[in-house]
Write a protein that binds this ligand. Structure first.
Ligand SMILES: [Zn+2]
Length: 428
């Protein structure tokens, strides 16, 4: 196994971070293992860094920290659901405390302030994840977080939410809530356009993502653009062009960008695979899942701590068992309109897995743009990669149920209600 101490902490450049992990790209001298890779490290909250130390030491009394679950989860689970050419290559790498502390010290200043206040690199970890660097090469990398690509089945929706949730998609309603809560920039991006498989609607979705990227000065979460590994702001958009500063007109760049991005999205099955998984695995909606949960223990709301004892967080072997069943062509067909309490655990795991696909991102690799010469021909199948496919925690169900209701209730007051069109919905 490679050891990160073979490199200097200053050889790594900050790329981005999510809620649980932070990513650095290798920029050091040529190295057979680290060239063209990124290092993905776990983070821990700042105030409880003491408690996380305790957790680490009690969990791994034998001194052997297991591989990061991301790797095992990808190999044993995700590769069965997403074609492997659309997944990054991952391997385990050995970490070292003083090396991590140096890295954290050097890199902390470039992190967004709101992140820095909350958490930091977990320097107690012994192992990290080394992955293909999808962003840092001599190309444009476009990171899109597509979010929920379907409208829920109405079967288990309450009278209060049914009319809303079957007409306006979850993302568009959530956008409305965010604006109500004071978020400055508005986006009219609708995931159902991106997932539609329809050329014009995908272009519309890309333009909406672009407009929000410009309006928010690249702070929206759904679109990030990198050129040769550099995170671009709208003022850097000319760096997306093949010949540098030849054209500074943002509209021209947007059009060239939309045309270039459309091809890999249409020519690879990635979006279709994601929306099918999201929908298939979320057959009951959180409302139906919650009803099923309550029907087994009326006094205990979904995700309550008393339930955590009966239904501990699923481990890798639970996920593998679940997938064996899910992917079995001869599996018994469940009647989702009348879910049975004995299938509760299966429905819970299914919902959690759906949540993984609702929250993942894709990275699309593009050539530098040439507005006067739109790309032609077919794209390489590995030009679209799905990332951030981590398992979701059961303990989140409770907050998801709460947020779902808040989003729907808030949308009652929306003056005009958006009609989002689900292209893949089966006829009722
Ligand atoms: Zn929508």
């Amino acid at each position: 196994m490679a050891a990160v101490t073979e490199t200097n902490p200053s050889d790594w450049m900050y790329v981005s971070e999510g809620g649980a992990t932070i990513v650095f790209s290798y920029r050091g001298p040529p190295h057979p293992v680290f060239d063209g890779t990124v290092l993905r490290l776990r983070k821990c909250p700042i105030p409880s860094s003491e408690s996380s130390k305790t957790v680490t030491s009690t969990l791994y009394l034998d001194g052997e920290e297991p591989d990061d679950p991301t790797i095992e989860y990808q190999i044993r689970c995700m590769e069965r659901l997403v074609p492997p050419e659309h997944l990054p290559r991952l391997q385990t790498v050995h970490l070292d405390k003083s090396w991590l502390e140096q890295l954290a010290r050097i890199q902390n200043d470039v992190r967004p302030i709101d992140r820095r206040e909350k958490d930091e690199v977990d320097t107690n970890r012994k192992k990290g994840v080394l992955a293909t660097d999808l962003v840092g090469g001599d190309w444009l990398a476009v990171e899109i977080k597509p979010k929920w690509g379907f409208l829920p089945s109405p079967v288990h929706l309450s009278e209060e939410t049914k009319a809303l949730k079957t007409q306006t998609c979850r993302f568009c309603m959530h956008t409305h809530l965010r604006v109500q809560k004071g978020q400055e920039s508005f986006t009219d991006y609708c995931p159902l356009d991106l997932f539609s498989g329809d050329k014009d609607r995908i272009i519309k979705a890309i333009r909406s993502l672009w407009d929000a990227w410009v309006a928010s000065n690249a702070t929206v979460n759904n679109l990030k653009i990198f050129a040769r590994g550099k995170f671009l702001l709208p003022s850097d958009a000319f760096l997306m062009l093949k010949n540098g500063a030849a054209d500074n007109d943002l509209d021209n760049i947007r059009d060239a960008f939309s045309n270039a991005l459309l091809r890999p999205l249409l020519q690879t099955p990635v979006l279709k695979v994601l929306s099918k998984l999201q929908r298939d695995l979320d057959a009951l909606d959180i409302e139906g899942l919650s009803q099923l949960w309550k029907s087994t223990t009326p006094s205990s709301p979904i995700g309550a701590s008393s339930w955590a004892q009966q239904y501990p967080e699923p481990g890798i072997s639970d996920w593998v068992n679940f997938l064996d069943k899910y992917l079995d062509p001869n599996k018994p067909i469940l009647d989702h309109s009348k879910p049975l309490p004995e299938h509760l655990q299966e429905y819970i795991m299914s919902y959690l897995l759906s949540a993984t696909f609702k929250d993942c991102s894709i990275i699309v690799r593009l050539d530098f743009l040439e507005p006067s010469k739109p790309p032609t021909g077919s794209v390489a199948s590995n030009s679209v990669t799905v990332i951030d496919l981590d398992p979701k925690d059961l303990k989140k169900l409770k907050s998801w149920e709460k947020l779902d209701l808040e989003i729907a209730r808030n949308y009652v007051s929306a003056e005009t209600k958006k009609r989002c069109l689900d292209a893949w919905q089966s006829p009722k």
